[in-house]
Design a protein around this ligand. Structure first.
Ligand code: NAD
Length: 242
């Protein structure tokens, strides 16, 4: 059995998610070794707790890695995808707000490397996603509305998770509508409401810590490394469908 830790590159390392990823990986050095941390601008320090930091423009010089874990912004996505393709390494990305051509590039890359993009890496949301599809299928003709709330710094709206839940509702035959709230420091809340005549169902997920996304992404990285090229999914990895 290979007991070497997985060599991970964290892309978006100075952000809210990047910091959570660095902290969780540092807590399990036997499982994950962060060999490079990449930030958008020039890093304030070149080495932090033994981890070398690089600016986004210095990707060509990063050391060998097994998986890149990307939680950056859409403008940072193309270079990290190109790096993974050039090095033939797996990519786990949670960056939301990607443009259609970036999603298409991700799909093309899946011909040569294993990739997993997910709008939400929590186990709870993967289950919510299943429930939404089932509810939509069982409730033809009901209105479906998705209300999502996040902290004031979040740039994209509706959230990537809301759009993914809407796609699942769509597979069940419902046409979802969206509403977004940006307030305070809310980590992430999604309410999926099905409204009929005289009755309503609400399916709710509340994230209270970013660690659920960071932990899910690191676990996905472990499962993705060494897999065949292809477009993998959270549902697939979690429920053994891949
Ligand atoms: P943030 O603004 O706090 O951090 C963004 C990071 O990206 C920073 O480190 C910044 O330096 C870096 N960055 C910006 N441009 C870059 C570039 N060109 N090259 C390299 N790095 C660059 O954001 P956040 O709250 O940490 O969220 C990051 C992303 O993850 C967002 O798209 C957010 O919606 C998404 N997100 C996804 C999930 C999920 O489960 N999929 C969960 C939370 C957040």
């Amino acid at each position: 059995m290979n007991t070497k830790p997985l060599r991970v590159l964290i892309h978006g390392a100075s952000g809210r998610m990047g910091q959570a990823l660095l902290r969780l990986a540092a807590g399990a050095p036997e499982t994950w070794q962060v060999v490079a941390a990449v930030t958008g601008r020039s890093p304030a320090q070149r080495v932090v707790d033994g981890v070398p930091f690089f600016a986004g423009g210095e990707l060509a010089g990063v050391p060998e890695f097994d998986v890149a874990v990307d939680f950056s912004l859409p403008e940072g996505f193309d270079p990290v995808l190109a790096l993974c393709v050039a090095r033939r390494r797996a990519l786990v990305s949670g960056t939301t707000g990607l443009a259609a051509d970036q999603r298409a590039a991700l799909e093309s890359a899946a011909a040569t490397i294993p990739v997993l993009w997910a709008s939400n890496f929590s186990v709870g949301v993967a289950v919510l996603d299943e429930l939404v599809e089932r509810a939509a299928r069982a409730l033809p003709g009901w209105d479906c509305d998705i209300v999502e709330s996040h902290h004031v710094h979040k740039k994209d709206a509706p959230s990537g998770t809301a759009l993914t839940l809407g796609e699942s509702a769509g597979r069940g035959g419902a046409q979802a509508r969206y509403a977004s709230l940006r307030a305070g420091d809310i980590v992430g809340e999604h309410v999926v409401q099905f409204a009929g005549q005289g009755e309503r169902i609400e399916l709710v997920h509340r994230a209270t810590s970013r660690d659920i996304f960071a932990r899910g992404a690191l676990q996905a990285a472990t499962r993705l490394a060494g897999r065949d090229p292809g477009l993998h999914t959270m549902r697939g990895l979690l429920f053994g469908l891949d």
